[in-house]
Design a protein around this ligand. Structure first.
Ligand SMILES: Nc1nc2c(ncn2[C@@H]2O[C@H](COP(=O)(O)OP(=O)(O)O)[C@@H](O)[C@H]2O)c(=O)[nH]1
Ligand SMILES: [Mg+2]
Length: 296
C-alpha cells in the first residue's frame, strides 16, 4: 500500500492555444517522451492527449489539445469545441501564446472562453528562442490587460528555457490529492493509438499538399515474438491519386514513412520493431466505427 501523503499534489493541467503554438512539443518536453506528434503544419494533433509526470511530490497530468482539421469557416467553432471539452476537468489552465501572436479573432475567442473559467491560469509566451527578450514586454502587457493570469512566463520549449519554472508554478496550483494513475504511466493513450500516431506524424512530415489531412491510419495487428514487435498497419486516404503520392516513385515514400515511424516506435517502446505498412483508398474511412473506437 502506498503511504498516505497529504502533501502530495495531483491533477490536470490543460494546455490550450492556437494551432501551431507548440502545445504538442511542450507536452513531449514535459513528459520527456514523444507522446504527442509534431509537425510544422497546422492541425497535426487530432485527439486530446494525456501526458503524465509523476515524482515523489506530485502527479501532473498535462492535457494536450487537438486542432481538428476543418474547413476554414468552421475553424473557430472547432477551436471553441476543443478548448471547451478540456476546460471542465482542468485544475489549472495553461494558455500557450506565440511570442509573435497578433491577437486576432481566433485568439480573442480563446480569451473569451477563458474569461468564463474559475481555475487558476498560466500564460506561457513561447518560442522566445526566436526573438530578442525586450520584444516580449508588449505581449506581456496585452495579456495582462486581457485576463487575470496567476503567472506569465516566457519559455522556449526547444531551448528548454523556463520549463522547470513552469512545472513548479503549475504544480503549486494543483490540489492535494492521491495519485490518479500508476507512477510508471506516461500516457493514457493505447499502444495501438501511439503507433498509429507515429505513422501519421511521418505522413505530415513527408507528404505534400492535403494528403496528410485526409489520411487515417489503422493498426491491423500487433504481435510480440522473440522480443520483437511486429506491426501491420493500413494508411487510408480518400482518393487513388493520394494513394499514388503516398506510395511514391518505386515505393520510396512509403519506405521513408515506414522507416521513420519504425524508429519512433522503437524509441518509445524500447524494443525492435518490424513495421508493415499498406495503403488503400477509401472515402471517409475515418467515419467507420473502427476508426472512431481506435481513437479513444
Ligand atoms: N523555435 C521554436 N519552435 C517551436 C517551439 N515549440 C514548438 N515549436 C515548433 O512549432 C511548430 C508547431 O509545434 P506543435 O507542437 O506541433 O504545435 P501545436 O499545434 O500547438 O501542437 C513545430 O514546427 C515545432 O517544432 C519553441 O520553443 N521554439
Ligand atoms: Mg499539436
Amino acid at each position: 500500500m502506498e503511504e498516505l501523503n497529504t502533501n502530495f499534489k495531483a491533477g490536470y493541467i490543460s494546455i490550450i492555444g492556437l494551432p501551431n503554438a507548440g502545445k504538442s512539443t511542450l507536452i513531449n518536453r514535459l513528459i520527456g517522451e514523444k507522446i504527442s506528434i509534431i509537425s510544422p503544419r497546422k492541425q497535426t494533433t487530432r485527439n486530446v492527449i494525456h501526458g503524465i509526470k509523476t515524482t515523489e511530490e506530485y502527479q501532473a497530468i498535462f492535457v494536450d489539445t487537438p486542432g481538428f482539421h476543418t474547413p476554414k469557416s468552421a475553424l473557430n467553432k472547432a477551436i471553441v469545441n476543443e478548448v471547451s471539452s478540456v476546460i471542465p476537468t482542468a485544475d489549472v489552465i495553461t494558455l500557450l501564446v506565440d511570442y509573435n501572436e497578433n491577437f486576432g479573432t481566433d485568439f480573442m475567442r480563446l480569451i473569451e472562453i477563458l474569461k468564463g473559467t474559475e481555475q487558476p491560469k498560466i500564460a506561457l509566451i513561447t518560442k522566445i528562442d526566436m526573438t530578442k527578450e525586450n520584444n516580449l514586454f508588449k505581449t506581456v502587457s496585452i495579456l495582462n490587460e486581457l485576463l487575470r493570469f496567476e503567472h506569465i512566463i516566457p519559455i522556449s520549449t526547444i531551448k528548454n528555457i523556463n520549463i522547470d519554472k513552469y512545472i513548479e508554478l503549475a504544480v503549486s496550483e494543483l490540489p492535494n490529492n492521491y495519485k490518479l494513475y500508476d507512477a510508471d504511466m506516461v500516457t493514457t493513450q493505447s499502444e495501438q493509438f501511439l503507433i498509429s500516431e507515429y505513422v501519421r506524424e511521418q505522413i505530415f512530415l513527408n507528404v505534400r499538399n492535403e494528403v496528410p489531412y485526409d489520411a487515417y491510419v489503422r493498426i491491423e495487428t500487433i504481435e510480440t515474438k522473440k522480443g520483437k514487435l511486429t506491426v501491420s498497419a493500413i494508411i487510408y486516404v480518400q482518393r487513388e491519386s493520394q494513394k499514388a503520392i503516398l506510395i511514391g516513385k518505386n515505393g520510396e515514400m512509403m519506405k521513408k514513412i515506414g522507416e521513420s515511424a519504425r524508429k519512433s516506435i522503437e524509441e518509445f517502446f524500447g524494443i525492435q520493431v518490424n513495421l508493415k505498412l499498406w495503403t488503400s483508398a477509401k472515402q471517409n474511412a475515418f467515419l467507420d466505427d473502427e476508426f472512431l473506437s481506435l481513437n479513444k
